[in-house]
Ligand binder design. Sequence first.
Ligand code: NAD
Length: 357
Amino acid sequence: MSRDILSLMENWDGQGVVVRHDRPTGTWIFIALHDSTLGRPSGGTRMKVYPALADALEDAMRLAEGMTYKWAGLKTAFGGGKAVLAVPRPLEGAEREGLLLRYGDLIETLNGAFGTGADLGAGPDAMAIVARRTGYVLGIAADGSARDPGPFTAHGVLCGLRAALGEVFGSDDPAGRKVLIQGVGDVGEPLARALAKGGAELLLSDIDEAKAAKLAAGLGAAVVPAGEVYGTVCDVYAPCAVGATVNERTIPQLKCRVVAGSANNQLRVDEDAERLHRRGIVYAPDYIINAGGALAFSLMLEGGWDDKALFRRTAGIGDAVRDILREASASKSSPLAAARARVDRMLAERRATAVAG
Ligand code: NAD
């Protein structure tokens, strides 16, 4: 293993990483198991070409840690984990299917030490293939088909965004509020539709400008060029595309009151939460507000939930965001610090109970 990989392993506070080289495709598989205090480490599978192997491992580790916080914030009985399939090139057809089946076999041999679901590059179609070999896949319907988490995530974001509006403006009604959505994909599009229905004034942006323009035309929204997002005046900036868009360079440019969107790892570093706080911009922590899909899928495992009931439960994300913003306000800390403190408290209590038992 390269030095970089070894130093990543030396400095990680997680429980361990399962590593497998898939010889037929030349793919490296990393399954990062961060914390099992609350239950089986579980998290999505990301399939991606990485510039270097160490980047893939680091991604798996960082995302697994995020999952520990996400599941704990939701008070669900899952621990933090994440898998990365670092493919040497985009795979298609039988080659991709073969990799996913072997990956399913690997998960099965772990005997319940890890559970997974859809993520970037490995959507519901990929999960339906993995589920042919293992039962440890979240979001699989009774007929074996894989569900799309996007609409549940979007509903959670909508409820969290409304909660943030309530804290900042005294009313959670999005009517007349200017909301800029960056990325109109699986989550951004249903979020845009729901906000348009609620009377928000929508600004849409996507690296694929034609896609943003098409949706905007249907919803009576305006389009913001990808390069002009951060300096655009709005009430809410909703990052629903890539991570690290909120950083030392963009924060001084922001002209919004709220940051609330679905993207994972929105902040480049944790200090960005303090930077937002100092500027008086309210940030809804990403791993809380974007947890609707994860929440719905974890409930599905229990069975007996119809879509209506799942959407109703996803609305609880709004309550979680509201509680965190209130705790942050009371303790004069950033919402990220308040969310962390809350989750750390919960994990410490659980560990203490486990030791005592
Ligand atoms: P997606 O791939 O369906 O959509 C992303 C959209 O963003 C695409 O339209 C793409 O063209 C656009 N985009 C990509 N790079 C961009 C850039 N630099 N600037 C502007 N637009 C850009 O993805 P998704 O499933 O909608 O997820 C969006 C974000 O939310 C991701 O960060 C994802 O990790 C996170 N997330 C998604 C879910 C889910 O249920 N799908 C759950 C939790 C978190």
